[in-house]
Design a protein around this ligand. Structure first.
Ligand code: CP3
Length: 345
C-alpha cells in the first residue's frame, strides 16, 4: 500500500505532499453519472459492488493518494427510524425531524448490523485498492442539524432554538448521535478502513462558546473512544470555523481539515504544532486558469510548510460543474511541485 497519506497524517516525512479530494467520487465525473443514470443515490450507497466501483473511479482517473468510502453522512440515520430521502431537487430530506420529546421517542438506538452493506463495501475495497481507504461519519452536531431541521437550512432556527430553549433535550439528542457515530466508526475501523474523517459541516453556525462546549463535550469524547481501539489517523473537519480554531487545541486529533477562509500558516499558529493539516484550496479555483491553479497551489504548499504534516485537499467538496481535467491538473501539480521542493530542499 502507498502509505504517503498515512505518513503525512502522522507527521512523518514523505517524498511528496499527498492529495485526495473531498467528494472525489461524484457528479463532476461522467463515469459516476453513467452509474447514477441506472440507480438512485441511496441504492448506490447500499449496493456494495457499485459503491466500491464509484469509490475506485477517482483513483484511476485522478491518481489521488487516498480513497474515501462512497456513502453519505446521513446513511446511518435511516435504521434509527429517520425517514430519509435524497431529493434530486432539494437534496437530503428527513421527513420526521425531532423537535420535541415526543418525536424523539420514536427514534431507536443505532444497530451497526443494519448498515452491513458498508462493511461489505469496505471489504471489497480493501481487496482491490493500493492506497489507504478513508472511512467517515458526520460529527454529532452536524447530524443533529439534519435530524432537527429535517434537511439543509438557512438560519438553523429549529436547531439553535432547541439548543437555547430546551438544552436538556438538545443534549439528549447529541448524546444519542455521539454514541451512534462512535459505533458506526468503530464498525468501519474493524472492517478495515485506514483512517477516518469526521465532517462537522455546520459547526461554524455557532458562536465560539458553543463551539467550545460541543467539541469538548462530544467530539473529544468520541475521538478518545476511537483512539482506545485503534491507532489510525483521525481527521476532524470543522467547516467555517477559522476564527475558533484556537478553541480546538485540546482535541486529540491527528489532522485538522481547513476550509479556504484561513491561511494554513495562521491555522498552525492557532492550533499549535501537534497536528497535521488538510486542505485548503477554494473549490472554485478549479474554474480558473492553469496559471491560477498553480499559483494558489504554491501558496498553500508554502503556507502549510510549518505544519507537522500536510495533506492537500480542497477546502470543501469538489463542485458538480468542475472540469475533470483541472482536477487532474491539480493532483499532478501538487505531486510535482512538492516532490521537486523535497529534492531541492
Ligand atoms: O467524498 C466522497 O467522495 C465520499 C462520499 C460523500 C458523499 N457525501 C457523497 C454524496 C461524503 C463524504 C459525503 C458527506 C456529506 N454528505 C456531508 C459532509 C461533507 C460536506 O459536503 O460538507 C454532508 C453535509 C452531506 C449531506 C448531503 N449529501 C447533501 C447536503 C447532499 C446534497 C447536495 C449535493 O452535494 O448533492 C448529499 C448528496 C450526496 N452525497 C451526493 C454525493 C455524491 C450527490 C448525490 C447524487 O445526486 O449523486
Amino acid at each position: 500500500m502507498n502509505r504517503t497519506f498515512i505518513d503525512a497524517c502522522k507527521g512523518q516525512e514523505t517524498d511528496y505532499t499527498p492529495i485526495w479530494i473531498m467528494r472525489q467520487a461524484g457528479r463532476y465525473l461522467p463515469q459516476y453519472q453513467k452509474i447514477r443514470e441506472k440507480v438512485d443515490f441511496l441504492t448506490l450507497c447500499k449496493t456494495p459492488g457499485l459503491a466500491a466501483e464509484v469509490t475506485i473511479q477517482p483513483l484511476d482517473i485522478l491518481g489521488v493518494d487516498a480513497a474515501i468510502l462512497f456513502s453519505d453522512i446521513l446513511i446511518p440515520l435511516e435504521p434509527m427510524g429517520f425517514d430519509l430521502e435524497f431529493s434530486e431537487k432539494i437534496g437530503p430530506v428527513i421527513h420526521n425531524p425531532i423537535r420535541d420529546r415526543e418525536t424523539l421517542s420514536s427514534i431507536t438506538s443505532f444497530n451497526p448490523e443494519a448498515v452491513s452493506f458498508v462493511v461489505d463495501t469496505i471489504k471489497i475495497l480493501k481487496r482491490s485498492i493500493k492506497v489507504p481507504l478513508i472511512g467517515f461519519s458526520g460529527a454529532p452536531f452536524t447530524l443533529a442539524t439534519y435530524v432537527i431541521e429535517g434537511g439543509t437550512s438557512k438560519n438553523f432556527i429549529n436547531t439553535k432554538g432547541l439548543l437555547y430553549r430546551e438544552h436538556s433535550l438538545f443534549e439528549q439528542i447529541m448524546e444519542g448521535l455521539t454514541e451512534m457515530v462512535k459505533d458506526y466508526l468503530l464498525m468501519q475501523i474493524r472492517a478495515g478502513v485506514d483512517a477516518v474523517q469526521i465532517f462537522d459541516t455546520w459547526l461554524g453556525i455557532l458562536p465560539p462558546e458553543e463551539i467550545l462546549s460541543i467539541t469538548s463535550n462530544y467530539v473529544a469524547y468520541l475521538i478518545e473512544e476511537l483512539k482506545k481501539y485503534a491507532d489510525i489517523p483521525i481527521i476532524y473537519f470543522p467547516f467555517n470555523c477559522g476564527s475558533s480554531l484556537h478553541l480546538l487545541r485540546q482535541l486529540p486529533i491527528d489532522v485538522l481539515g481547513l476550509d479556504w477562509r484561513i491561511e494554513p500558516l495562521r491555522a498552525i499558529e492557532m492550533t499549535g504544532k501537534d497536528v497535521s493539516i488538510q486542505g485548503n484550496l477554494d473549490p472554485c479555483v478549479l474554474f480558473g486558469s492553469r496559471e491560477t491553479i498553480t499559483k494558489k497551489t504554491i501558496e498553500i504548499l508554502r503556507s502549510a510548510k510549518g505544519a507537522r504534516g500536510h495533506v492537500f485537499n480542497l477546502g470543501h467538496g469538489v463542485l458538480p460543474e468542475t472540469p475533470v481535467d483541472n482536477v487532474k491538473f491539480l493532483v499532478d501539480t501538487v505531486h510535482q511541485l512538492s516532490s521537486k521542493e523535497r529534492r531541492d530542499g
